[in-house]
Design a protein around this ligand. Structure first.
Ligand SMILES: *Cc1c(COP(=O)(O)O)cnc(C)c1O
Length: 376
């Protein structure tokens, strides 16, 4: 099955009870048992047919064994961290999603989980960070907002040598462009709030495991801690996923055009886009993914200029989040990365005048005209 077909016919595909081609929203918390212990579904935290259809679908399209749906990306990440115990150490990409940084340094640190943040684009730094109690490496590629690329296959080799688990946040690339399990990852996770949902109308998180054993452990954690996704939101996600392929193809085309335009513009400084051959991660990304995605970051002269740009744009919506049908625009230094001290932020390369865009599905000519006017 080709990947666009799998988005539509993967997983459960149609309702086994009625044949409905759209899996119904089973808005039920409990299920009648035919006799004590004789049931297909027991209680909806443990399993619900709508959520289960979504979980089978994401496992299928990521090429894994088991899938799990949670009430948000952060709830999914939390479940993954709960695989570990007090005294364990994890290595994470240094510019991980802000919420991941926060939960690791302000919540899980209180439970004795130690973390080291390293530039995982540098494999030596990854190796140097491994301690006797290290249990996993957690990667984001491309990263936010500078779109740095980590070599998944190479990190997987390091992880396997040292008997470490490899966890990949695949939110930015989506399973349409990148399948980390095929490159050696043990767990893939998504903020499905972004491209998978795709319409700015649902908050959700998804996990996929490469093997059955970690899958069983995660099902135990999901059922024990209870951060499950409801049936209505599970249905919305399945609806979003059906069009993931055509959305990602169109976003890819729009993004290339916009990245080229920005590069040639006199008011723009640096342009960060992994689809440029001059991007330091270009070769690696091209090897491990089939598309470059819809995110671009670029610099203008100052924070003031960036604010003016955001005020002037008409079609780019000033908002957090990404991966929607609407094009979105933000200033990381004042929004998503405001909690990082300025000095550290500049050190990471997140300048005051850095602007991040998530390219949507509007006509690219309108988007170009919008940026042209706003940059003038
Ligand atoms: C948004 C996001 C998250 C968190 O997901 P929520 O659905 O907002 O909880 C995690 N990782 C990345 C890369 C994200 O963009």
């Amino acid at each position: 099955m080709k990947k666009k077909t799998r988005l539509i016919h993967g997983g459960v595909s149609r309702d086994p009870y009625t044949g409905a081609v759209s899996i119904p929203i089973y808005q039920a918390s409990t299920f009648k048992q035919d006799g004590v212990g004789n049931f297909k579904y027991e209680y909806a935290r443990t399993g619900n047919p709508t959520r289960e259809a979504l979980e089978k679908l994401i496992a299928d399209i990521e090429g894994g064994k088991r899938g799990f749906a949670f009430g948000s990306g952060m709830a999914a990440i939390t479940a993954v961290v709960q695989l570990f115990s007090s005294g364990d150490h994890l290595i994470l990409t240094d510019d991980v999603y802000g919420g991941t940084f926060r939960v690791m340094t302000k919540v899980f640190n209180r439970f004795g989980i130690d973390v080291t943040f390293v530039d995982t684009t540098d494999l030596n730094k990854v190796k140097e960070a491994i301690l006797p109690n290290t249990k996993a490496i957690y990667i984001e590629t491309p990263t936010n907002p500078l779109l740095k690329i980590t070599d998944l296959q190479a990190v997987s080799t390091i992880a396997k040598e040292q008997n470490l688990m490899l966890i990949v946040d695949n939110t930015f690339s989506t399973p349409y462009w990148q399948n980390p399990i095929s490159l050696g990852a043990d767990i893939v996770l998504h903020s499905a709030t972004k491209y998978l949902g795709g319409h700015s109308d649902v908050v959700a998180g998804l996990l996929v495991t490469a093997d059955e054993k970690i899958g069983e452990e995660l099902h135990f954690i999901q059922n024990s801690t209870g951060g499950v996704l409801g049936p209505q939101d599970s249905w919305l996600l399945m609806r979003g996923i059906k069009t993931l392929g055509i959305r990602m193809e169109e976003i890819e085309a729009n993004t290339k055009v916009i990245a080229e335009f920005l590069t040639g513009h006199s008011a723009v400084g640096k342009v960060f886009y992994p689809g440029f051959e001059s991007h330091p991660g270009y070769e690696v990304h091209k090897r491990q993914a089939e598309g470059f995605g819809g995110m671009i970051s670029f610099t203008v002269e100052s924070e003031e200029k960036a604010l003016t740009l955001l005020n002037k744009v008409q079609y780019f919506t000033l908002a957090e989040s990404l991966g929607a049908v609407e094009s979105l625009i933000s200033i990381p230094a004042l929004m998503t990365h405001a909690s990082i001290p300025r000095e550290r932020r500049i050190e990471l390369g997140i300048e005051d005048g850095l602007v991040r865009i998530s390219v949507g599905l509007e006509d690219v000519e309108d988007l170009l005209e919008d940026l042209e006017n706003a940059l003038a």
